[in-house]
Design a protein around this ligand. Structure first.
Ligand code: ADP
Length: 613
């Protein structure tokens, strides 16, 4: 399959063709650059990285013009067939959590997001409309810059402003999502690890710039906000400013809202600080002794460093920092400035590696020194490839015929409980103590013990929490979200067994107390036998949507993790909060929602996209 990718901006249209049957290779690349009344410049490169760029004047004066001329340009280079079109779309609001197959309704929703991205969405809409006219028979897919950030929790995406404003859509959405996702996957690949096991801070430093905290595969915070203005110092955009300046500028300088907005987008950032939006010019001027250029570099690096520090705090750690975008990829001195102050967290750059990187053929070199705990990776931004992979993924998923019939899965409610390690058992119940079985549980070899412990937090304690046997390698305390407020401790939602960097809590037993980590809110999941998984067409690690129709009527549990293992009895586990929300008292059945196994966005399982250049 070949996929045409279109990335329309206000003054340019970038495009590429990817051959998904040849290692996802980009076989054609082009850009209509700087639209104006008399036309633009067309750059094209047919073939791989080694091929020559060609450049010529072109008559296209805007995005629609450029797309209308595209069939001629493509056939000139022998590209007459492609099977799908992927569109980069800036803002999907809170509606689009993942890529969407474009139809009239989707188009309307994108249009409805225009007030949130007045500079970007109109160009995207123009491109989509023209491309649908030109290629009506081809599937067209919108891939949103905001979608990856849908997992940012409320505490990080909420602005503390009046409720009516928030109801109008004021919140952090974040951008560059496709790029952050791509480089996080590249970094995980470079580290021979799974992105779901890593805490990554990704720095996309181009003309637009943002930093993103990616906790085990999910975006949990990013510097851009409701619009692409917030956060870092950019080429011509201000990044963070005090919202109080609006009223000041209006009162003191008589500026209108439009004037302020325009200046913050186009006359601010590096351009305002150093007279050029181009970091190459600024670095050159700074090296020549220009004081304002030197200061601009300092301000730029400081802002990035500040956010990296903030995101270490947000995630409670970092395994890898990734640099991409024109500045992130090319400026060794900027990387150095940003990283130098992090030696106290165990980040040490290797100067030779930092200065000698080669990013050709999709390389993602590591530039930390041998003893550095935190890894630092540099890699090229490749949003178009990521978009092509999203398009393929969506089309393949649609092509899978749902297995006939409805699949019903028993649902069981897990009350709070504790799994103990051997040393924990000794500390709580005394040396030589053995747990005693009260009753078997539905999963083989799992049983409830007669023993209970108290779980004690800084705010309150929960008594008589059931211990489950047999003993495990690590102690794990599973509570509900409500319980975390009773205890006064914040606990992450995790699959069982994923316990690194979990909070410490006190357990009280008859023979003593124990402070241990391992406090989690268990992610809802389905234990599944390999045979059932095969029948239902599901894989270990996949996330599915389940419909429960009980008590309060229909409740959909999205993002339910499927865990397939020999010996498992097929059964969905939800906790008491979830059961209460759905009005379920005892056992019930849930129905697997067919063909909708990828509802929500993330990396895990279903988003396990292969990366290839
Ligand atoms: P966009 O966000 O428009 O895709 P890029 O990712 O190409 O932009 O980044 C453009 C920025 O990268 C510019 O500030 C440019 O000066 C900077 N840049 C490119 N090459 C270098 C270099 N060798 N050294 C420093 N900065 C560079």
């Amino acid at each position: 399959m070949k996929i045409l990718i279109l990335n329309a901006g206000s003054s340019s249209l970038k495009f590429g063709i990817f051959d998904m049957d040849r290692d996802d290779r980009r076989v054609f690349k082009g850009e209509f650059e700087r639209f104006g009344p008399s036309g633009c410049t067309l750059h094209v490169r047919a073939g791989g990285e080694q091929a020559e760029d060609q450049q010529r004047p072109d008559g296209a004066a805007n995005v629609s013009d450029a797309i209308a001329r595209m069939p001629a340009v493509l056939s000139e280079f022998g590209f007459t067939d492609f099977q799908a079109v992927g569109h980069r779309v800036a803002h999907g609001g809170d509606r689009f959590e993942e890529a969407a197959l474009i139809d009239d309704a989707v188009l309307e929703h994108i249009r409805a997001c225009t007030p949130l991205a007045p500079l970007h969405n109109p160009a995207n809409l123009e491109a989509i409309t023209m491309a649908r006219t030109l290629w009506p028979a081809l599937p067209q897919v919108a891939v949103f810059d905001t979608a990856f950030h849908h997992t940012i929790p409320v505490r990080a995406h909420t602005y503390a402003v009046p409720r009516e404003w928030r109801e109008r859509g004021l919140r952090r959405y974040g951008f560059h999502g496709t790029s952050h996702k791509y480089v996080a996957l590249k970094a995980a690949q470079a580290l021979r690890s799974s992105v779901t096991d890593l805490q990554i801070i990704s720095c996309h430093l181009g003309n637009g710039a943002s930093v993103c905290a990616i906790n085990r595969g999910f975006s949990v915070d990013t510097t851009m906000g409701m619009t692409a203005l917030e956060g870092l110092v950019m080429g011509t955009r201000s990044g963070d400013v005090d919202p109080g300046i609006f009223a000041f500028l209006h009162r003191e300088l008589g500026m209108t809202a439009e004037e302020v907005e325009h200046s913050l987008y186009t006359d601010s950032g590096l351009k305002a600080l150093a007279g050029s939006a181009d970091m190459r010019d600024i670095e050159m001027a700074a090296a020549g002794g220009d004081r304002t250029a030197q200061q601009a570099i300092g301000i730029y690096a400081y802002r990035v460093r500040k956010y990296i520090g903030a995101y270490m705090a947000a995630m409670g750690g970092v395994d890898a920092i990734v640099f991409t975008g024109g500045i992130g990829e090319n400026s060794a001195s900027m990387r150095r400035r940003i990283c130098d102050k992090f030696e106290y967290v165990g980040l040490h750059l290797d100067d030779d590696r930092n200065e000698a990187i080669n990013l050709s053929h999709g390389a993602a070199p590591q530039i930390q020194s041998f003893e550095s705990r935190v890894k630092v990776i540099v890699t090229g931004a490749n949003e178009q490839l990521m978009i092509a992979q999203e398009v393929r993924h969506l089309l393949q998923e649609r092509a899978v015929a749902p297995a006939p019939g409805a699949w019903h899965i028993p649902v069981s409610v897990s009350a709070r409980h504790v799994h103990l390690s051997e040393p924990a058992l000794t500390a709580l119940f005394g040396p030589g103590y053995d747990l005693t079985k009260m009753r078997d549980l539905s999963q083989p070899e799992a049983w409830a013990a007669n023993e209970t412990v108290d779980v004690v937090g800084p705010k309150g304690s929960i008594g008589n929490v059931r211990v489950l046997g047999p003993l495990r390698d690590r102690t794990q305390i599973e509570v509900s979200m409500t319980d975390t407020f009773t205890l006064g401790v914040e606990a992450p939602v995790r699959p069982s067994g994923k316990l690194d960097k979990t909070p410490v809590i006190k357990l009280r037993g008859p023979a003593g107390n124990l402070d241990t980590d391992g406090l989690i809110v268990a992610a809802r999941h389905i234990h599944m036998s390999p045979v059932d998984a095969e029948h239902m067409g599901l894989k270990d690690g996949q996330y599915v949507n389940m419909r429960l129709d009980e008590g309060r009527g229909e409740t959909i549990f999205a993002n339910t993790l499927v865990r397939v293992k020999e010996g498992f009895v097929t059964e969905m586990h939800i906790d008491t909060n979830e059961a209460n929300a759905a009005g379920i008292s005892l056992k019930t059945d849930g129905e697997l929602i067919q063909g909708e196994t990828t509802k929500k966005f993330g990396f895990v399982g279903r988003r396990n996209l292969e990366l290839a250049e």
